[in-house]
Design a protein around this ligand. Structure first.
Ligand code: SF4
Length: 270
């Protein structure tokens, strides 16, 4: 088996329906590590469910890997990878260093659980796009879909997102705040309560998603960027997940638009 230290922390570019050609940065690479354990996670069952921030990979290795990568072919640089990127304490430092190399836009995909922490918000504020996951309108659904680390509540997540929105405004940043909702059997009938939260947060954009990547029976570094044909390379059995029908997705999109008046994009094309 290849040692993780010999694998690049930078992967892709991979095609993303939301942002085009996306170069992935994996700040974790230490098994799958996240403050959530989503039932649909492309990494499979999360091996280290934690809220504790730490250094996983040195900034030096990440910048070195970045320089050796195909970053020039990417439309956007996305922090995602083998878990929750805000768990890495060098997230802010890596963003600053990459901004010295290129002016390509930077996106962070986060579950929002650590945004309550001012230091984490300071780390993400230099990104051009922050996409925050919000699948559940209450703690019961949060536990069912996202299975968070102990102590994470919907209230703390919403508070963190609102604080981030205020920071963006107060500091006059051009950072776009996107809320991403993964629709599952557990939340597809909770549109009104999700719309209520969206109206409180008032993000710049809402991205509607449904699990298009399979759920692997184990973690393998390749799962961080695997989709389409790549999923055949995952060494564990994979399970396709229940997705919404086009009709259901369109109904949800229309209803959310009617209830929120927000800018909405969807993985489902017409
Ligand atoms: S937040 Fe993302 S990385 Fe974490 S378990 Fe959910 S889908 Fe996986």
């Amino acid at each position: 088996m290849t040692a993780l230290s010999t694998i690049s922390s930078v992967y892709g570019p991979v095609d993303s329906w939301r942002v085009g050609k996306s170069l992935g940065i994996d700040l974790i690479m230490n098994t799958s590590t996240c403050s959530f354990n989503c039932t649909y996670c492309q990494l499979g069952f999360i091996q280290d469910i934690t809220k504790e921030r730490k250094l996983f990979i040195s900034t030096e290795k990440i910048i070195n890997d970045f320089n050796l990568s195909k970053w020039k072919e990417a439309d956007i640089i996305t922090f995602s990878g083998s878990g929750e990127p805000t768990l890495a304490i060098n997230l802010g430092e890596v963003i600053t260093k990459i901004k010295h190399i290129t002016d390509k836009p930077i996106a962070i995909l986060t579950n929002g659980t650590l945004l309550i922490n001012q230091e984490v918000r300071n780390n993400v504020l230099n990104a051009d796009l922050i996409s925050v996951k919000l699948d559940a309108p209450d703690d019961k659904t949060l536990k069912e879909i996202n299975r968070p680390a102990d102590g994470v509540t919907l209230h703390s997540i919403i508070l963190g997102i609102k604080e981030l929105k205020s920071d963006i405004k107060d500091l006059n940043k051009s950072t776009k705040l996107q809320i991403q909702i993964m629709f599952m059997p557990q939340n597809k009938n909770q549109i009104e309560s999700l719309a209520k939260l969206l109206n409180e947060i008032k993000p710049d954009e809402v991205a509607l998603n449904t699990p298009t990547r399979p759920y692997p029976a184990g973690w393998d570094i390749i799962t961080r960027g695997a989709h389409g044909e790549d999923t055949k390379k995952i060494k564990f059995p994979i399970k396709p997940l229940k997705t919404l029908s086009l009709e259901e997705a369109k109904n949800i999109e229309n209803k959310l638009r009617e209830l929120t008046n927000l800018q909405i994009i969807s993985v489902y094309k017409n």
